[in-house]
Design a protein around this ligand. Structure first.
Ligand code: SF4
Length: 210
């Protein structure tokens, strides 16, 4: 099986197990997704959704995030780790969006990555989930681990892993592959205890004996 055939097989099998692959983060606008994604770094989606449920009721517009005293915004997200820095980035991103992008979250990778707290992973999540644009593949810790275990990359750097995946994955699947690998990483191929025996990728995985 060549790498393109292998990724197609992986997608086919994972799609059977995880219907409707999409982010578990709740949002109703591109900026809310940006807020959730920034908050979700090293925090669970469940906790982020719990915090944003109240947050999104209080802050309705990008301007609300820009105008609030920083300490107040920090207090509103204080149950999440690194909340001080995350709130600082959210507010700085809101200000930049108002000043440089007429109050709208940009739809292009090169513009998104100019926002504080937004690197390629977050930009890919926003583009794919809020705008339906596949410009890259979001590589988080699960995607990194699984692509390495499945023999799809030898790289450590997420940007290089993303490039490896983009070369072998059909563009229309760039959004899906990320979600599917994340779901599989959470449920079956966990970091410490991969459940090889219940894995649908067992026979095509070079790491089935780790
Ligand atoms: S066989 Fe094991 S290492 Fe390979 S993807 Fe499945 S759970 Fe992960």
């Amino acid at each position: 099986m060549n790498p393109e055939e292998k990724i197609t097989e992986i997608l086919e099998r994972l799609k059977k197990g995880y219907a409707n692959p999409k982010t578990a983060l709740r949002f109703s606008s591109p900026f809310e997704l940006l807020v959730s994604t920034v908050l979700s770094a090293q925090a669970t989606d469940v906790l982020v959704n719990k915090v944003t449920e109240k947050l999104f009721k209080k802050y309705k517009t990008v301007k609300d995030y820009a105008d609030v005293p920083l300490e107040e915004l920090q207090k509103d997200v204080s149950s999440i780790n690194f909340y001080k820095n995350k709130a600082k980035n959210i507010q700085a991103a809101a200000k930049t969006i108002i000043e440089k992008f007429s109050g709208k979250v940009p739809k292009a990778m090169d513009e998104l990555v100019t926002l504080p707290g937004v690197a390629r992973k977050t930009a890919n999540i926003i583009l794919s989930n809020a705008y339906g644009i596949n410009e890259g593949i979001a590589v988080d810790t699960h995607v990194k681990r699984l692509t390495q275990r499945l023999g799809l990359t030898k790289n450590e750097d997420p940007v290089k892993i993303e490039k490896d995946l983009m070369e072998i994955t059909p563009k229309k699947e760039w959004g899906n592959i990320s979600h599917l690998l994340i779901f599989h990483g959470r449920k079956i191929c966990q970091a410490k205890k991969p459940n090889h025996k219940d894995c649908v990728l067992y026979d095509i995985c070079p790491s089935r004996n780790i």
